[in-house]
Ligand binder design. Structure first.
Ligand code: TRP
Length: 323
């Protein structure tokens, strides 16, 4: 039997190139080896966006469209929305009851977000439970592996601790301990040289148009040691050259060599990169946003996810003495 993977993304904004290289490309490959569940984490999105939730439903549709354009196959993988499967909240309740307060308060992302996130009030009862809901997402499907970025490792660790506690309390071996599948790809930097992120407004969205991509690419930082075009470039420290390696690997050696030997200036380098990125973004721009394929995929996904979730909840209710 194939092992199971579950992962999710929060629909808080448009997907960008960083998501594509950091997560999506990896998800597409995982479909070859695992039975995959890919979830739009809209409850998690609501935890931070509850004061202005109006974009969540639209972002959910756009996200699913982008996933499919990237190569997530709705026939092979289960693509679903968290809030369509109420069992997530049932299991979340059970896990909340048995997760010691100290464990959740200790999760580093929690304190960090309270400190760093501005413009939103995250000091709520629900937000403390963020990683417990994430544990419920994973355990409901008995996932063996969870592809995540480095920042999510503490959430996986909490999930594993909860599994052990559940097993100890109820002498019931329902959940496998999920292991993290770390994405090897180094973080993609944004156009300002910081990590590409929605909150820094330094991203290139997957659905961005050609003019926007040209404008943003022109703004990218290059090798700071290269002042004049005749100076030899240092591609290994240039973000634009790094993009060539990530997005057009077959041409990168030539580009890097021309940069080193001053045959290629930074302006030309950015112009040509922009055209390459425009070609990559093309398939996302033409992806169906509002049309029913997405709604149909979500409806089918909800049905397939619910079957698994219901069966798990029956076992859980029995184990904890509710049925
Ligand atoms: N917390 C994850 C993030 O911000 C999103 C998420 C929610 C998730 N539930 C999940 C990821 C379950 C993996 C598994 O990226």
């Amino acid at each position: 039997m194939r092992q199971r993977v579950l992962s999710g993304m929060r629909p808080t904004g448009p997907l960008h190139l960083g998501h594509l290289v950091g997560a999506l490309k990896n998800w597409v490959l995982l479909q070859e080896q695992y039975d995959c569940f890919f979830m739009v984490a809209d409850w998690h999105a609501l935890m931070s966006e509850y004061e202005h939730p109006e974009a969540i439903a639209r972002n959910t549709r756009q996200m699913v469209a982008d996933w499919i354009a990237a190569g997530i196959d709705p026939r092979r993988s289960v693509i679903f929305r968290q809030s369509d499967v109420p069992e997530h909240l049932e299991l979340y309740m059970v896990l909340s009851i048995l997760a010691p307060l100290g464990w959740v308060e200790r999760v580093p992302t929690y304190k960090e977000q309270l400190r760093e996130v501005t413009g939103r009030d995250l000091a709520t009862y629900g937000f403390l439970g963020y990683p417990v809901l994430q544990a419920a997402d994973i355990l409901l499907y008995k996932a063996n592996a969870v592809p995540v970025g480095e920042d999510q490792i503490p959430h996986l660790e909490l999930t594993r601790e909860i599994v052990r506690r559940f097993k100890f309390l109820y002498q019931a071996d329902i959940f496998p301990e999920p292991k993290p599948l770390l994405t090897k790809e180094a973080k993609l930097l944004g156009i300002d040289g910081r990590k590409m992120s929605k909150s820094y407004d330094n991203f290139i969205a997957l659905s961005e148009g050609p003019d926007e991509i040209r404008k943003k690419t022109q703004k990218m930082f290059t090798d700071p040691k290269r002042i004049k075009m005749t100076d030899p470039g240092h591609p290994e420290t240039c973000n634009v050259c790094h993009y060539w390696e990530v997005f057009v690997p077959e041409q990168a050696p030539k580009v890097w060599e021309e940069c080193r030997t001053s045959k290629r200036g930074c302006t030309q380098n950015k112009q040509e990169l922009a055209e390459a990125l425009i070609r990559i973004a093309e398939k996302f721009r033409s992806s169906p946003v509002d049309s029913n394929p997405v709604d149909k995929i979500l409806a089918e996904g909800a049905e397939r996810a619910t079957k698994v979730a219901r069966a798990t909840m029956q076992e859980v209710k029995k184990a904890v003495g509710l049925s």
